[in-house]
Each structure stands twice: as structure tokens, then as C-alpha cells.
Design a protein around this ligand. Structure first.
Ligand code: PLP
Length: 419
């Protein structure tokens, strides 16, 4: 999101408080306590209109798409196809054909590794990832390296959890065939200089995949401005349903990639002698797609298009600052991930308190945080810790909720800390 326009704090706070009403789940009371939902990096909550879009599809026009001549099928096909255009505009891709629907970020990365990777990466080649990748942007590349005899190289990070650009530069060489990099770290909150990384890779004609899972809900994405070759994200982290995500790819790359899975929809013609494939993007979308969730993803995009992203971004940064300052004042708490450019995520450890125990205690207060590795085990190894407690904020959170988290952490220390 564009945070260049300064917004008076009170204005963005009031604006975001008004948006809370869009999310019915925020009225829930686990254990009779008001829900304080700080697990937004794992999955965001859903506005009522997204939930209603799912209900409406199943209740009024559920049908398989693209092959039916009847009313319901045509209505469902139109609604499904419209979302491809919505996604194209949402991330500013140059063509709707560059948008492939997947199950989520994980499948998007796997698709690229299994198709582009299998075709273009060979023995002795190198793939660069960073020290703060989610497992879903490590393991598919590791599998490919094992299969092909290629090597995974890792960009280092500093103690604040920022990537060291000189480390990246030193890894680039004539063997480098691909770079896969996370836009915003889910366990540290670091926002990486992906545009700079892409430009450096492109100086050597190396394609770059950006894992945008944590970026889409908090910032305006422009894939043409980034000039990334692939961009992966999940619907459920940006107010949409689970089970649907997107892979963006530059058209010329997609057209030269082999298919991903075989089945219906991805073919042009099938005979036992020879099968020809459908055009991009259908070549990569075998079988009946996730129609309902794609349609509801479109509604989530409508929702995002309807909110004032400047106010939201400004408020999330205030929530981050409030939590960070509060945690810094609590003895025995250590923040993990103190980058200068951060998304609204605080990860921390409490000296002498097991993260899981702290998370379970906070849960009894109605506070939902995440504890553990956050699918970034190498990050924990880098910092020499078994895991963190992570609170990740969305615009529908409040300062009062953060104050309750801070009180909860203090109580957890009193109750659970062993000297
Ligand atoms: N990448 C990052 C940075 C993430 O935070 C996540 C999920 O937490 C993923 C990838 C995987 O997303 P999904 O499980 O929706 O495929």
C-alpha cells in the first residue's frame, strides 16, 4: 500500500474500527472472552460478503463450468472467468492469460518447480533462495535439485532479520538459473527489497519467483512494476476462502512451459497416439477447478478494492509500533525480527518460558497467537531458538487488543517463568 501520504492517526484508527463490523467472526467469544485474533499471517478472517458469495454460489448457481450450455453453467462460467480479470487488474498483470488458479501459494511454487524448473534446470545449476523462506519456497526447489543434481544456495540475513544484499550478489554466477524469494517474511515480518533483487537477477537474465503470500493483504502489488517473472499468493491470507490461490507468470515463460497435471480442461485434443494441450492458462488448470472459492476470491478482491488502503496501511503500522514498543518494555521478552521495513508482525521469545506454553496461556484469555516454527525452521536455526510466539495484525485489530496481549504476556511470565 502507498504509505507516502501521511494520514492523521485518529482518522485511520476510526476508519479501521468501522471495518471491524464487516467481519462477523470478531463477535465470537472463545471461553466466554471476546476473540482477539492475532493469527492473521496464518489466515485472515473473512468479511461477510465473502461468506455470502460462497453461500450464494452453492444455493443459486452451483454448476460445472466451461462445458455446460445450460443457464447455471453459463452463469457460473461467467462468474469464474470474471475473477481472472479481477486478479489481473488487482496485481496489474498485462494479460488475464498470465493468471493461473491454484490451491494456494504452495501449489503455485510447486507448479513452477515442476514445469519451468524441470525443463530448464539441470545438473550443476544453482537455485537461489533466502534464509527466511517459508518451507513452501524451499522444499519444492530442494526436490528439484535432488532430481536434477542442481544446488540450492541461500542468501544470508543479519541479526535484525534483513537480507544481506551483498550475500545475494556474491551468490549470483553463471550457474545461477533461478531465484525464488519471499516478499514479506511470515515469521519475522521483514519486507524484502524484492524489486532490487529482481533487477540484479535480471542483469544476468535469471528469472525470479516472488512468494507474495504475506504481501498481498498489506500492500498494493504491481507485478509489472516489480518485473517479477512469477508471483505466487493465497486467497485465504487476503480475506478470501481457503483452497484457492494464484500463480502469475509472464506470458512468454508460461507459453514455453510444459503442462503441470494431466486431465480435462488442460487439453486441446486427446487420442491414444497423441494429446495436444490447451492454451495458457488452461494448460495449467487440469480438472474441475475450485469454482466456488475462485468466485469468492473475486469478492475478496472487490472488498479490498473498496477499502482505503492508505488508511489501512497507516493503521497497521501504528499497531505494529504499539506492540513493538510495549513488548520491548517487558523484561525477559526478546523480539525476533527487527528489520527497518516490517509488515504488521511481531515475533518474540520469552526467556525461561516455553513458547507453546505461553501461547496456550494466551489462548485461555481469548487471544489467538501462533507459536513454534511458523514453517520457517531455518529462520529459527539462524537465531538459535526453538520457535517464537507470533502476533500478526490486520486492520481490524485494535490498540486495546494489543494492550490485552501485553498484559497477557506479563501474566504468562509471572505464572510460567522458570529462573
Ligand atoms: N509463503 C509464505 C510467506 C507464507 O506465509 C505461507 C503461509 O503461511 C505460504 C508461503 C504458504 O501458503 P499456503 O499454505 O496458503 O499455500
Amino acid at each position: 500500500m502507498n504509505t507516502e501520504v501521511p494520514i492523521p492517526a485518529i482518522q485511520s484508527q476510526q476508519y479501521c474500527a468501522g471495518l471491524r463490523a464487516d467481519f462477523p467472526i470478531l463477535n465470537e467469544k472463545p471461553y466466554g472472552k471476546p476473540l482477539i485474533y492475532f493469527d492473521n499471517a496464518a489466515t485472515s478472517q473473512k468479511p461477510a460478503i465473502v461468506i455470502e458469495a460462497l453461500q450464494e454460489y452453492y444455493a443459486t448457481y452451483n454448476a460445472n463450468i466451461h462445458r455446460g450450455v445450460h443457464f447455471l453453467s453459463q452463469k457460473a462460467s461467467q462468474a469464474f472467468d470474471d475473477v481472472r480479470v479481477k486478479v489481473q487488474e488487482f496485481i496489474h498483470a498485462s494479460s488475464e492469460r498470465e493468471i493461473i488458479f491454484t490451491r494456494g501459494t504452495t501449489e503455485s511454487v510447486n507448479l513452477v518447480a515442476a514445469t519451468y524448473g524441470r525443463k530448464n534446470i539441470g545438473a550443476g545449476d544453482e537455485i537461489i533462495v533466502s534464509a527466511m523462506e517459508h518451507h513452501s519456497n524451499i522444499v519444492p526447489w530442494q526436490l528439484l535439485c535432488e532430481e536434477k543434481g542442481a544446488k540450492l544456495r541461500v542468501i544470508e540475513m543479519n541479526d535484525a532479520g534483513e537480507l544481506i544484499i551483498d550475500s545475494f550478489k556474491s551468490l549470483l554466477n553463471e550457474k545461477t538459473k533461478f531465484v525464488a524469494i519471499v516478499h514479506t517474511s511470515n515469521s519475522l515480518g521483514t519486507i524484502n527489497p524484492v524489486k532490487e533483487i529482481i533487477a540484479l537477477a535480471h542483469e544476468r537474465n535469471i528469472p525470479v519467483l516472488v512468494d507474495g503470500a504475506q504481501a498481498v493483504a498489506h500492500s498494493k502489488i504491481d507485478v509489472q512494476d516489480l518485473d517479477c517473472d512469477f508471483f505466487a499468493f493465497s486467497g485465504h491470507k487476503m480475506f478470501g476462502p481457503t483452497g484457492v490461490g494464484v500463480l502469475y507468470g509472464k506470458l512468454n515463460l508460461l507459453e514455453n512451459m510444459p503442462p503441470y497435471q494431466g486431465g480435462g480442461e488442460m487439453i486441446h485434443s486427446v487420442s491414444f497416439e497423441k494429446t495436444t494441450f490447451n492454451e495458457v492458462p488452461f494448460k495449467f488448470e487440469a480438472g474441475t477447478p475450485n469454482i466456488a472459492d475462485v468466485i469468492a476470491l473475486g469478492t475478496a478482491i472487490d472488498y479490498m478494492n473498496g477499502i482505503d488502503l492508505n488508511s489501512v496501511a497507516a493503521f497497521e503500522q501504528e499497531l505494529l509500533a504499539h506492540a513493538t514498543e510495549g513488548l520491548k518494555k517487558i523484561p525477559h521478552v526478546k523480539l525476533i525480527g527487527t528489520a527497518s521495513k516490517k509488515s504488521s508482525v511481531v515475533s518474540f521469545v520469552i526467556e525461561g518460558v516455553n513458547a507453546l506454553d505461553a501461547g496456550m496461556y494466551l489462548d485461555t484469555l481469548g487471544i489467538a497467537v501462533r507459536t513454534g516454527l511458523h514453517c520457517t525452521e531455518p529462520v529459527m536455526q539462524r537465531f538459535g531458538i526453538p520457535g517464537t510466539i507470533r502476533a500478526s495484525f490486520m486492520f481490524y485489530n485494535t490498540f486495546t487488543e494489543i494492550d490485552q496481549l501485553l498484559d497477557g504476556v506479563k501474566k504468562a511470565i509471572q505464572l510460567l517463568r522458570r529462573d
